[in-house]
Design a protein around this ligand. Structure first.
Ligand SMILES: CC(C)(COP(=O)(O)OP(=O)(O)OC[C@H]1O[C@@H](n2cnc3c(N)ncnc32)[C@H](O)[C@@H]1OP(=O)(O)O)[C@@H](O)C(=O)NCCC(=O)NCCS
Length: 196
């Protein structure tokens, strides 16, 4: 995996030295309803770094200004030339446009390297997640109702959750995010070559 050039967060492979930064943003989600890392503690969380170092799918988002890794984008290979997208940004750095900038760059790179379809799944109540996907040009393709559960309640009954599926195909435009996030600029449209 190579670094992807972006204006603000550098997108690069994870390194062994990234554990403190990774732990900081994963542990913020320890009890998160949508992207939970239940029970994660400093001493038992290193497997999440092991999963990322040397991986072809995880990009660390490193801030140019401080060198801190403030999140990650996941772009895992799936059947039929698809990639599944995932994303986390440290709570202290959210709503600055970092996820949108990084996700758009990873999406462009995925299409340039032969992906046909990019998709993501999220809980319909995770507004930040699906609004991010819409901002990045993905369209809602499905709303599965009460299709899965991650835990059971006190009586042993499944706590059902729904799922949105968002996707974009290779010939569809990825909107270029505004940069810097708080400045008004014309939104350009980045087009990638269609592959028939
Ligand atoms: C989803 C997440 C990665 C967004 O990161 P971020 O860096 O704050 O997102 P950005 O600043 O790039 O936001 C881009 C757009 O997404 C939407 N968005 C992001 N956060 C939002 C929120 N809390 N509420 C509503 N819309 C939101 C907005 O449209 C936003 O554009 P705007 O700021 O111009 O309104 C972040 O909230 C996060 O890490 N959440 C926890 C992990 C998670 O749920 N991952 C997804 C699991 S499916």
């Amino acid at each position: 995996m190579n670094e992807i050039p972006t204006p603000r967060p550098i997108l690069r492979p994870f390194r062994e030295t990234d554990y403190d930064d990774l732990y900081e943003f994963l542990s913020q989600l320890r009890d998160d309803e949508f992207e939970g890392y239940p029970g994660i503690m400093y001493d038992n969380g290193r497997r999440h770094l092991d999963e990322r170092v040397g991986s072809e799918s995880y990009y660390a988002m490193e801030l140019r200004s401080s060198g801190k890794v403030i999140g990650n984008i996941d772009c895992g290979r799936r059947d039929f030339e698809a990639r599944e997208l995932g994303y986390i940004v440290n709570k202290d750095d959210q709503r600055r446009g970092y996820a949108l900038e990084a996700l758009s760059a990873v999406m462009g790179q995925a299409f340039r390297s032969g992906a046909h379809r990019l998709y993501a799944q999220c809980d319909p109540r995770n507004t930040a997640s699906w609004k991010l996907l819409e901002a990045a040009g993905l369209r809602r393709e499905a709303h599965f109702r009460r299709n899965l559960y991650f835990r059971k309640d006190g009586t042993g009954a499944p706590v059902w959750k729904g799922t949105y599926v968002y996707a974009i195909l290779e010939h569809e435009p990825i909107p270029v995010p505004l940069f810097p996030h708080d400045q008004q600029q014309e939104t350009e449209v980045l087009r990638h070559e269609a592959r028939d």
